[in-house]
Ligand binder design. Structure first.
Ligand code: ASP
Length: 342
């Protein structure tokens, strides 16, 4: 019987694509052209899987904006041929890439699912096979002649998340990711339990639009007790810096010291966009709740609400690359574009 659902598997690198040579004990890159031979389980899926690999697969610590553009371009080029896309990616920066791609692929109506693993696919105790096989099944999931998932997601250890809501929380556990401010979209048990009410849907008539300009004149500054003015000023005075994610305490609080407030005020007056994001893993910025955030509110600092740092920094790159006017920047940032904030 002909398999009707076509999935494109894109291998970018990371631990998942390694096999152990049991003779030498060494880990070596997996030949993805031989995917079906090496993972015969894939033949049991009722969809057909084609794989492409980055010419030089990388550890995801080496990801940069040009790799994001390569992925977006690959998906754009093959968009009409496939029903869904699975991207194999190292877990270290997967939340950044997933967030970036969610902005770059506007009006998506097909699934793009990022996955990887903590142990190589050729390891005896690997988590790679379950992650890979279920990701493919999720990418192939259809109802009423359309894809169930129509957004950029991340699948790891029995859970499918909206990618731009995730953070890597553990370097050791198989459960390496969390989405603390948004429920998981699918839980994989004996059945795939889809949380339909939380799925993202674009406006029906819009066609895929791929954005390829990401402006990396951005920075992240995490507050800590004892931060001194010289460090703050060196960040704020970085040549060409256009936007800054300020990781504040708790519900968006910062010291009320005059030097800090004045330096931020000066930077904003010079045109720098500053976003207030909490350094807590979960919860939201509530500007004005405490005296320690009222001044930031008065300075017109952008409210990052419950966005993750990964989704905030990539949103800045995306908006700066999209020629959003200076006046509208704050309003657009504070608007949820792909379900990245509440
Ligand atoms: N360092 C690896 C990477 O992010 C870890 C992994 O694949 O999970 O590429």
């Amino acid at each position: 019987m002909e398999k009707k659902t076509n999935i494109l598997l894109i291998y970018t690198g990371g631990t998942i694509g390694m096999v152990k040579d049991y003779q030498s004990g060494a880990l070596k890159a997996f030949n993805f052209e031989k995917l079906m031979e090496n993972i015969p389980e894939l033949n049991q899926l009722d969809c057909s899987v084609t794989s492409v690999s980055f010419e030089a697969p990388i550890d995801s610590s080496n990801m940069d904006t040009s790799h994001w553009v390569s992925m977006a371009t690959l998906i754009e080029r093959h968009y009409n041929e496939y029903h869904g896309f699975v991207v194999l990616h190292g877990s270290d920066t997967m939340s950044y890439t997933g967030s970036a791609l969610s902005y770059m692929l506007e009006h998506l109506s097909k699934p793009v699912i990022f996955t990887g693993s903590q142990l190589p696919i050729g390891d005896l105790r690997t988590d790679a096979k379950e992650n890979l096989i279920t990701s493919i099944q999720l990418a192939a999931l259809r109802e009423n002649n359309e894809a169930v998932i129509q957004e950029v997601c991340l699948y790891f250890e029995y859970k499918l998340y909206r990618a731009n809501r995730t953070t890597k929380i553990n370097a050791e556990h198989f459960e390496a990711f969390a989405s603390l401010n948004y429920p998981s979209l699918v839980t994989s048990g004996v059945h795939l339990n889809v949380n339909h009410a939380f799925l993202f849907r674009k406006k029906k008539s819009e066609k895929l639009k791929v954005h390829k300009r990401m402006d990396n004149n951005v920075a992240i500054l995490k507050l800590f007790p004892g931060l001194n003015q010289a460090v703050l000023q060196s960040v704020l005075n970085t040549p060409s810096l256009k936007a800054l994610v300020l990781e504040t305490y708790g519900a968006g609080n910062a010291p009320t010291e005059d030097w800090l407030i004045n330096d931020l005020k000066e930077a904003i007056a010079q045109g720098l966009h500053i976003v207030n994001v909490t350094q807590c893993s979960g919860g939201s910025v509530l500007m004005g709740q405490y005296e320690t955030s009222q001044q930031l509110q008065k300075l017109q600092v952008i409210n990052g609400k419950d966005i993750t740092t990964e989704a905030a920094i990539t949103k800045l790159m995306f908006l700066l690359g999209s020629d959003v006017s200076h006046q509208r920047f704050k309003t657009i940032f504070e608007t949820s574009l792909r379900g990245e904030m509440g």
